[in-house]
Design a protein around this ligand. Structure first.
Ligand code: HEC
Length: 143
């Protein structure tokens, strides 16, 4: 658990420079969506790790951002857009149904996030982290 949160935070923090030089606006848009997902996940992960104090209001806002962003994933990835800087594998489009299954798993995990207390957040956060990894493993070059 601790390790996966650390990895997630590294993922969220590392997102900034990846956009440098991206020319295709459709690729930029989907990377930007993932970057926002990384940022909101990082906000929650810091609370789960105890790096920042639990704050129910901030946690609820991050959850809401994640629910909304997760719903947009299929639409932003559906067109087969490419860019030399993209980290998406061809598998996204060659196995589109599998990609959508992973996106739906993340949608369910974002809805399952409980932000009423630090303990509830910690318990529900693991599924979210697992949903990122499950997709990145097969559909993203890094990770
Ligand atoms: C359904 C598949 C899928 C899920 C679920 C998913 N991702 Fe991604 N993610 C991708 C793909 C594909 C890319 C590469 C996009 C590209 O470079 O064109 C990516 C890229 C990223 C990036 C790099 C963005 C950038 O700046 O280039 C971050 C950060 C990221 N994901 C975070 C997350 C986090 C955190 C989660 C879980 C809360 C998550 N992702 C869940 C498929 C997914």
């Amino acid at each position: 658990m601790r390790t996966s949160v650390t990895l997630l935070l590294a993922l969220a923090a590392g997102a900034g420079l990846a956009h440098e030089g991206v020319e295709n606006p459709a690729v930029m848009a989907r990377m930007g969506l993932m970057k926002d997902i990384g940022a909101a996940t990082g906000t929650l992960g810091e609370m789960v790790k105890g790096e920042v104090a639990f704050d129910a209001g901030r946690a609820a806002a991050a959850r809401a951002a994640l629910v909304e962003a997760a719903d947009r994933v299929p639409a932003l990835f559906e067109a087969r857009e490419s860019d030399p800087k993209s980290e998406a594998r061809p598998a996204v489009w060659e196995d589109w149904d599998g990609f959508v299954v992973r996106a739906e798993a993340m949608q369910a995990a974002t809805r399952g996030l409980e932000t009423g207390s630090a303990a509830a957040l910690r318990a529900s956060f693991a599924d979210l982290g697992a949903s990122c990894r499950a997709c990145h493993e097969d559909y993203r070059l890094k990770d």
